[in-house]
Design a protein around this ligand. Structure first.
Ligand code: ADP
Ligand code: MG
Length: 581
């Protein structure tokens, strides 16, 4: 209970920065409420005067007054709508940004175990729900509350006896509302979950569209998606059933009250203790009261629904990255380039039971070049992942220049590391922006970018594009070949001027012609830097100082080309002679 209260408060606090707008909104709303509450009085006046007067001379002035009042009413209603709606949009915008920054800082392990669709639906569906709850609903609830109280005061003034009868419906509706709120909150969590599941399914198929069509599996994709949509429907239906039951019951309560009220009113009027005009305004006010109570309860249902949805938004907002908390505010590293892996053992968060590295040890001196070779799945990329601080080793240490990595700020470590991977990933944007990715102001440093491109053997092909460095890449730009992308990725690494360079199968996806250009670029890049090269091909690792052969997470051979190739029983010998043969 206490926790729920804090939860409500926390949601309301999101409104705080916009308190000025909100207050203005409430002010115009108050004007609208006063007009709304005086409306039945006017009707009552009209009805009784019509009955009393035989001419219509009196009509003009009240009609003009009512007309002017209507104009004011419509204006403030429009204003109120805009003020609250726009505040909701602003709240969501802020929250969206905060949420995104929280997500983007999570450790890589978090992304291994969380579906992308789930994260994007947090940013879209869930936030939209919160928006409605925080803007319109708060406004309408407040209005209903005031109108309800005001209306009640009015009917009490007209006829206390009739008012007491109206009162009877209240507790029924309130009880119903509480029951509904609790149920809906639980159901809506499940609904949001199935929604984000369906989002994930759709996203995955869109990004794998080539494979789906190449394998003629559109039908299968549709089947998977329709199952996801079906599950969304099931959950929605349960929600709707709840709402429908509630609607039925509360309508029944109001109409029964109305019936009893009419009977009593008939008696009162026949006795002469009430006029028809009074009855008219009483019914209008009573209608306001009952509509207010109904709208409060249905909005409460919506609030609880959004409560479920936003629970996860807050969970995600509050989540602290495992890597960051561990390293935040710690010593800033100025790396020289020496790296030690000391008895590392590790399993991925998504597959705890399978140890991927066991007691892996390796020392790389500053400026030294070391090759990691071994069959696919041996754990080579995992070594890189640990070096970059994507995951924490379960046992053992990583040291930079002799300092335990866990006492260093990992962001500063990453400043000194650059990586070139097998499948280079470029962002949408221009070539210049992609090369200058590590720079805070790439547009002011075009000279450096060009220089990096020259180092990476990329300058020549870039200037051959009509727009040169300003050519857009990716979805809306040119489609680059694998070798061209790779050289842009190398230029992106060059510009960082890293102390430590990681090449994870950087040439293995290339044909032999572009491999030559890329290899030449890599050789220039490696010069004078600590380098870890993961590769299969001999040409790539010909110039390294040391070789480590990894198999199933363990170092099984260690030495120079000469010593390893001479051992004809060793795995290195087999790996290399397979390729050369
Ligand atoms: P490689 O030597 O080919 O680079 P990896 O280091 O990528 O091998 O993978 C080593 C083992 O860890 C493999 O069995 C792989 O299936 C597993 N693995 C890799 N990444 C993950 C991950 N994110 N979650 C769970 N298991 C993983
Ligand atoms: Mg790998």
């Amino acid at each position: 209970m206490k926790k729920a209260k804090a939860g409500h408060l926390r949601r309301l606090q999101l409104v705080k920065p916009f308190i000025g707008r909100i207050l203005l909104g409430f002010t115009v709303m108050l004007v609208a409420i006063v007009i709304q509450l005086s409306f039945p009085k006017a009707v009552s006046y009209f009805v009784d005067t019509i009955a009393k007067e035989s001419s219509t001379d009196w009509l003009l002035v009240p009609a003009i007054l009512v007309f002017i009042t209507f104009i004011v009413y419509c204006t403030v209603t429009a204003l109120r709508f805009y003020l609250f709606e726009s505040t909701g949009d602003m709240i969501v915008r802020r929250l969206r940004e905060r949420l995104y920054s929280s997500i983007i800082r999570q450790e890589i392990g978090f992304f291994d175990t969380t579906k992308t669709g789930e994260l994007t639906s947090r940013l879209t569906v869930d936030l939209d729900m919160l928006k409605d709850a925080l803007s319109m609903n708060i406004a309408i609830m407040t209005r209903s509350f005031i109108v309800g109280i005001g209306g009640f005061v009015m009917i009490f003034g007209i006829s206390p006896l009739l008012s007491v009868i109206v009162m009877f419906t209240l507790p029924i509706t309130i009880l119903l509302t509480k029951w509904l709120g609790r149920k809906v909150r639980l159901k809506s969590m499940a609904l949001q979950e199935s929604l984000s599941g369906s989002l994930h399914t759709a996203q995955e198929s869109f990004s794998n569209i080539r494979i789906i069509q190449a394998f003629n599996q559109s039908k299968k994709a549709i089947k998977t998606y329709s199952a996801a949509a079906e599950s969304v429907l099931e959950h929605s239906l349960e929600n709707s059933k709840l709402m429908a039951t509630f609607q039925g019951l509360s309508t029944f309560a109001s109409f029964s009250t109305l019936l009893v009220m009419m009977i009593v009113a008939a008696v009162l009027i026949s006795k002469g203790s009430m006029t028809i005009g009074e009855l008219t305004s009483f019914i209008l006010y009573a209608g306001m009261v009952s509509m207010s109570v109904n709208s409060i309860s249905s909005l409460w249902g919506q609030w609880m629904r959004s409560y479920g949805a936003t629970e996860r938004v807050f969970e995600l907002l509050d989540r602290v990255s495992k890597i960051q908390t561990y390293k935040e505010g710690m010593e800033i590293a100025q790396l020289q380039g020496k790296v030690e892996f000391d008895q590392l053992s590790f399993a991925y968060p998504g597959r705890q039971e399978k140890e991927v590295l066991s007691t892996f040890s390796l020392t790389i001196e500053s400026g030294e070049k070391v090759a990691l070779v071994g069959p696919s799945g041996a754990g080579k990329t995992t070594v890189v992942n640990l070096l970059l601080g994507f995951y924490e080793p379960h046992e053992g240490y990583i040291r930079f220049d002799g300092i335990d990595a866990s006492s260093l700020d990992y962001r500063s470590i990453r400043e000194s590391i650059a990586i070139v991977e097998q499948e280079p990933v470029l962002f949408s944007g221009t070539i210049a922006e992609n090369i200058g990715y590590a720079l805070s102001n790439p547009l002011d440093r075009l000279d450096e970018i060009e220089h990096a491109a020259e180092m990476a053997n990329a300058h020549d092909f870039i200037v051959n594009f009509p727009k040169g460095y300003q050519t857009a890449v990716g979805e809306k730009g040119v489609q680059l070949s694998g070798g061209q992308k790779q050289r842009i990725a190398i230029a992106r690494a060059v510009i960082k001027n890293p102390k430590i360079l990681i090449l994870d199968e950087a040439t293995s996806a290339l044909d032999s012609e572009s491999e030559l250009l890329v290899q030449d670029a890599l050789n220039k890049l490696m010069y004078g830097r600590t380098t870890i090269i993961i590769a299969h091909r001999y040409s790539t690792i010909a110039q390294v100082d040391k070789l480590v052969v990894l198999n199933r997470g363990e170092v099984i051979q260690y030495g120079t080309h000469q010593t390893l190739i001479e051992n004809e029983e060793g795995m290195y010998h087999k790996l290399m002679s397979n390729q050369m043969g």
